[in-house]
Design a protein around this ligand. Sequence first.
Ligand code: 5RP
Length: 223
Amino acid sequence: MTQDELKALVGQAALKYVQAGGIIGVGTGSTVNKFIDALATMKDRIQGAVSSSTASTERLKALGIPVFDANEVDDLAVYIDGADEIDNRGYMIKGGGAALTREKIVAAQSQRFVCIADESKLVGVLGRFPLPVEVIPMAARRLMRQFAAMGGIAQLRMKDGQPLVTDNGQHILDVTGLTLSEPLRFENEVNQWPGVVTVGVFAHQKASVCLLGTAQGVRTMTF
Ligand code: 5RP
């Protein structure tokens, strides 16, 4: 099976976590796009979604799925999103699509985080994928030095020759060279640095379940 087919497989499998009559937390990315397409087949049986990005909002609306503001909804039963890496404890790196801040917000609002990913995303220790960190632009250079002091190399994410601007009007640093064997401790520490909006380690908002697409089918990991 191709990677695209594995993404479609887990996107479809995630439908079983969608409760009839509910509002669903929806993440961002190519795997989630498969889930949104699958969700459209049962759109008459849900109230709608809370979205984690303008890209997902546009896709949901184009398929006729109502999108609610996060502030209109108290609690979500389930949040469905992809990951750039996930380990066997459910800790993740996210933000490859630059949507990490809203993803963390919607995940925090949800009772259950169902991660959907193809098997290439499963790692022993987080850190191979460059760690996305959303930052306030005026803090970017100082934060690059702070990451260098802990052995990382931080690069400003660019798009069309300009720093990429997130949905929140901020910038992204991508940090390589870190081994994240203690994700909770790392997330706590970097969250304290002035100018950090969101660090792409999802340890406090880790997955409850991961539906992993493999050549043998969907493997369900529960954490
Ligand atoms: C976006 C994310 C995505 O979940 C992550 O990048 C995985 O994307 P894809 O499903 O396209 O591999 O965190 O900010």
